[in-house]
Design a protein around this ligand. Sequence first.
Ligand SMILES: N[C@@H](CCC(=O)N[C@@H](CS)C(=O)NCC(=O)O)C(=O)O
Length: 238
Amino acid sequence: MITLYVFGPAFGLPDASPFVMKTEVQLKTAGIPYRKESSAPMNGPKGKLPYIEDGGKLIGDSTFIREHLAAHHGLNLDGGLTAEQRAQCWAIERMLEDHLYWAIVHMRWMIDENFAKGPAHFFDRVPEPGREEARKQGRDRVRAALHAQGLGRHSANEVADLGGRSLAATSTLLGDREYVMGSRLCSTDATTFGMVAGALAPLFDSPLAGSARSHNNLVAYCDRMMQRFYPEFAWNSR
Ligand SMILES: N[C@@H](CCC(=O)N[C@@H](CS)C(=O)NCC(=O)O)C(=O)O
């Protein structure tokens, strides 16, 4: 059976990582049996979560995991889509994973109050007296990643402005549809759900979270998806 390596619930979400939620939604939609195990990014083949283990093989990165599930486990969420729709799906996924995601990381790690009540707790199990230093080093690594990506060079308001544009675009594309591409769930819904939920994470307050909460269709979409995929989870989007 496939093992999906995850962070676990955090920040009022079923998992701290939108990429883990994306992968789990795909496994659930396709009815592929799996079990979950907590892990740390450094254990994965790409140094990130999620990764899976399947028949002794480790696969890292949610997109390569999706490919593996398609090749070996019959995952086919995009079967009914046209070539143009598939191209749109890829463009939406890249916007969310390579742009909005980093605005979410900024919200969680770079706004002092959010860091203190959120990611700072990732280091709670580091023994004293090194805990504060581990927190500082962890935060510095994320700051450097944000700087290299580019969003980290902007003020918090500018990051929220840019991230808010990706949320607004997603809201416009979704419109009043049930799913991103219409009445049938496709693989991009897994990404969209994970990322919109990440922006709506109840624990955090920021202009970016405010922007996410201002799009009623995104909130309702996330509520529906949460009910479908994590009915046991106490989700509170507002
Ligand atoms: N492209 C990867 C991104 C995964 C990713 O960014 N995971 C984050 C958590 S949301 C991570 O493990 N970060 C740890 C690190 O960068 O050290 C995917 O699609 O799986």
